[in-house]
Design a protein around this ligand. Structure first.
Ligand code: PMP
Length: 391
């Protein structure tokens, strides 16, 4: 039996009835268990990893390396995949884009800037992007064989891409590597790695800590990928070359195995520990997918009853505008009622522009949001309208 929302709310120390937090697509709150796991690490397990042969360092290393396995299993990846810890989704994609050899990339049509700009930095490749319909399979340029398809599973503006499976299943016909941006997927639904070679997500959007993210990748691809950062921890041996001297230093470095090769410098061990606690929290409590969809539906229907509100499509997120009111003014007015929403382009400006929208207000829910919070939003929105004289 799943726990009630009021029970769930007690797990999150920052949750309070004093305010309403509706910016979960930007980052979620953290359960006490995540905070405790990280505090415990810093209180009693802190040591650098992979370096010491003393007990404490070995314990920290074990925690960190176990986290890799737990994360891999959490997304349902078998041992043909490896987990690379990064800072966030953005860093994961910035690691892959310059790291692999390829000529043609196809991008989904609903991409966050993080799955758009990294691919555009290489002038020697061709980038095709689908339109907002995400009709990748009908894209005219796709008769040309591509190397990589990079697509988000869940847009932070339009919500879930319900045809993701179909798109990925058919992608074998035209590309050899599939990268999925799972930033918004990971907290909302059980992930399946079917037809996915590379998966990127952030800990902070799934009740975990900021500063830790994940690239789950086919080992074969990692073997071919160039590292992004160089330095300590990612090499096995570093020698001055025999002909090296003061004027012409030459170094011979032997890279470490995967995944260490991609994790130069001291990693975010406490972050990995916190991420494991977030995974455990989700595994114990579930994703609340049906509850969230029902709450979105309730909110959307209530909003549609209010004149001059335009709600964008999408079942698992709400983006909207109010005629004649700038979204920042809407967000600011809601803030006065202690309702926290995001306004702007949500790092998906080309998508919004294609949909003929400018900035929009976004309401994004998590497992701890309630119907009465939505009711507060509706009352506050009516107030905004009244204030702006557009009833
Ligand atoms: N992709 C999507 C779909 C997102 O929603 C976000 C965050 N808004 C990102 C990528 C980037 O995530 P991060 O800022 O954690 O790197």
């Amino acid at each position: 039996m799943s726990r009630s929302v009021s029970e769930i709310r007690k797990d999150f120390p920052q949750i309070s009835d004093d305010f309403v937090y509706f910016d979960n697509a930007a980052t979620t709150f953290k359960p006490q268990s995540v905070i405790d796991a990280m505090t415990h690490f810093y209180e009693s397990k802190n040591a650098n990893v992979h370096r010491g042969i003393y007990d404490l360092s070995e314990e920290a290393t074990e925690l960190y390396e176990n986290a890799r396995t737990i994360v891999r299993q959490f997304v349902g990846a078998d041992d043909s995949y490896e987990v690379v810890f990064v800072r966030n989704t953005t860093e994961a994609i910035n690691l892959v884009a310059p790291g692999l050899d390829y000529k043609v990339v196809i991008l989904g049509g609903r991409e966050h800037h993080s799955n758009l700009l990294p691919w555009l930095q290489n002038e020697n490749i061709v980038v095709h992007q689908a339109d907002a319909n995400n009709d990748i399979l009908k894209h005219p340029k796709l008769s040309t064989k591509a190397d990589i398809l990079a697509i988000s599973a869940w847009s932070n503006v339009l919500g879930k891409e319900t045809r993701l499976n179909e798109i990925l299943n058919n992608s074998n016909d035209y590309c050899r590597i599939r990268l999925v941006d799972a930033a918004q997927w990971v907290a909302n639904e059980k992930i399946s790695m079917n037809n996915i070679d590379l998966l990127a997500f952030s800990g902070h959007k799934m009740y975990g800590p900021m500063g830790v993210g994940v690239l789950v990748a086919k080992k074969g691809l990692l073997e071919k990928m160039r590292p992004l950062y160089w330095g300590g921890e990612m090499v096995d041996t570093v020698h001055r070359a025999t002909n090296s001297n003061w004027h012409h230093t030459s170094i011979e470095a032997q890279m470490a195995d995967i995944p260490q090769r991609f994790e130069a410098g001291t990693p975010n061990v406490a972050g990995a520990v916190g991420l494991v606690a977030a995974i455990e929290w989700i595994q114990k409590n579930g994703y609340f997918s049906d509850e969230k969809i029902a709450l979105y539906k309730y909110a959307r229907n209530k909003m549609r009853e209010i004149p001059h509100i335009n709600v964008l499509p999408g079942n698992d997120i709400i983006c909207f505008t109010i005629d004649g009111v700038h979204p920042h003014d809407v967000a600011q007015s809601l803030n006065e009622d202690k309702i926290y929403v995001r306004s702007g382009f949500h790092c998906a400006q080309p998508l919004l522009e294609e949909l003929n929208y400018g900035p929009v207000v976004r309401v994004s829910l998590a497992c701890y949001n309630t119907k009465s919070e939505v009711d507060r939003l509706i009352i506050a929105l009516k107030k905004v309208q009244k204030k702006m004289g557009i009833e």
